[in-house]
Design a binder for this molecule. Structure first.
Ligand SMILES: [Zn+2]
Length: 76
C-alpha cells in the first residue's frame, strides 16, 4: 500500500487518536486502527473504521459536553 502524501511504500498497521469537532463538543477517540506512513507520519483510516467512527460520534454527540474521550477498542 502506497502513501497518498509522499508516495512511498511505507504504510504499516498502526493505531492513532482521532479527533472530531462535533456540534457542541470535541470528541477524542483513542486507539483507532489505521495505516500509518513510516516516512511522513500520514494516517489513513479504511472505510469500515470511518463508518464506526461516525457511529461512535453520533452516539456520543448527544450526551457529551465540551470534551469527550472514548476508546475505540471499547466502543467498537
Ligand atoms: Zn508518507
Amino acid at each position: 500500500m502506497k502513501c497518498f502524501s509522499c508516495k512511498s511504500d511505507t504504510m504499516e498497521q498502526s493505531s492513532s487518536t482521532y479527533t472530531a469537532q462535533a456540534a457542541n463538543c470535541i470528541i477524542i477517540i483513542k486507539n483507532v486502527p489505521c495505516m500509518k506512513c513510516r516516512q511522513c507520519g500520514d494516517v489513513i483510516y479504511n472505510t469500515k473504521i470511518l463508518k464506526k467512527i461516525e457511529e461512535i460520534i453520533g452516539r456520543i454527540e448527544s450526551m457529551a459536553s465540551e470534551v469527550a474521550i472514548v476508546d475505540y477498542q471499547k466502543s467498537a
